[in-house]
Design a protein around this ligand. Sequence first.
Ligand code: UTP
Length: 408
Amino acid sequence: MNYQEAYEKLEKYGQTHVLQYYEELDGAQKEELLAQIAQTDFDVVSLCKKKETLNPRGKIEPIGVMELPEIEANKETYTKIGLDAIKAGKVGAVLLAGGMGTRLGSDAPKGVYNIGLTKDVFIFQRLIENLMDVVDQAGAWVPLYVMTSDKNHDATVSFFKEKNYFGYNADYVTFFMQDMAPACDYEGKVYLEAKHKMSTSPNGNGGWFLSMMKWGVTDKIRQAGVEWLNVFAVDNVLQRIADPCFVGATIAKDCAVGAKVVAKTAPDEKVGAMCLEDGRPSIVEYYDMTPELMEAKTKDGKPAYHFGVILNYLFRVKDLEEIVARKLPLHIVEKKIPCLDEKGEPVKPEEPNGYKFEQLVLDMIHELDSCLPYEVVRNKEFAPIKNKTGIDSVESARELCKENGIEL
Ligand code: UTP
């Protein structure tokens, strides 16, 4: 794309300020900026003008959940089915590690954060240790696909190498990168993070399967005969990955996806709750939980939306291939976006100063025909690290690790 073409594209979207420092740039920087303009989807940015009406919700109703007593009663059967699938190489794991972890406040990838007290215990290490339990139980390696972003790819890959993959078999680890989206101010003007570069941030965790396709990872999956992918977040240091009983239950129930859920601590807890939306499986996010939904009861008097998702899903690959072309809803999130001030100097804001745009993995559930919400014991499997202190923090996760006999 040459200057004129770039200008015309920007003009269409009211973004010509992106070229304001063009004359000051050297040749390589000019090229870099023009290439970024060519690649950027500015349609996304115009959506912030319709923020309030962007994602209308359908009719929300309760969904059946496989609760702990039912799981306990069928544990042996489900575990055998799951282990057989893992041994046959049909189950892979996808670690979503492309986020910026801004709430934790470290510039490094979240997984390199050390939660140890008397020794090093990195978040990535905890996840690998958890996965190793299953590898040992099944006597087979589980292929692990790690999604990174432009902002943390190199640091993530070198960390795994430097730590020798924490004992995991490197032949079974594949890295791939997600896409980025432009970030803008409250008026929808794209920020510059340097005179030759627009501010971007990872485009959410919803594009993971598309990114796998883009990087040729899905070909690898097909060749290897992987039929199920357990997608999980980087920040839950207690979660079970490729959990045989969960895998077996989802296969036994012939569902397109399984979703691990925990009993919510309060009706207004900030987790998405499993539900049916217009008759299809879905997740109602905490900010969409109306007082009526919070108070709603099932026929037997239990809270109707009592189970929250923990970002641990088991997707059937063939169903993902069918839905991949569909557009997921776009979420507009307020964030602190590094940018240039009026003098053209880079600044890191202390407070949110604009929007970033994300698609979310939870919206994939609604595209699928069947889902098995599968309850897990909260204190054993849910220790997310979002913040340094307080709720869902390094502190609370350390307490939970201690409760579960994990030395830190
Ligand atoms: P969060 O929304 O909690 O993580 O993502 P974040 O964006 O990294 O954190 P904050 O809000 O800035 O503090 C949940 C999971 O999804 C991944 C994260 O790495 C985490 O595992 N994720 C999130 C991605 O892989 N890509 C994204 O673009 C966003």
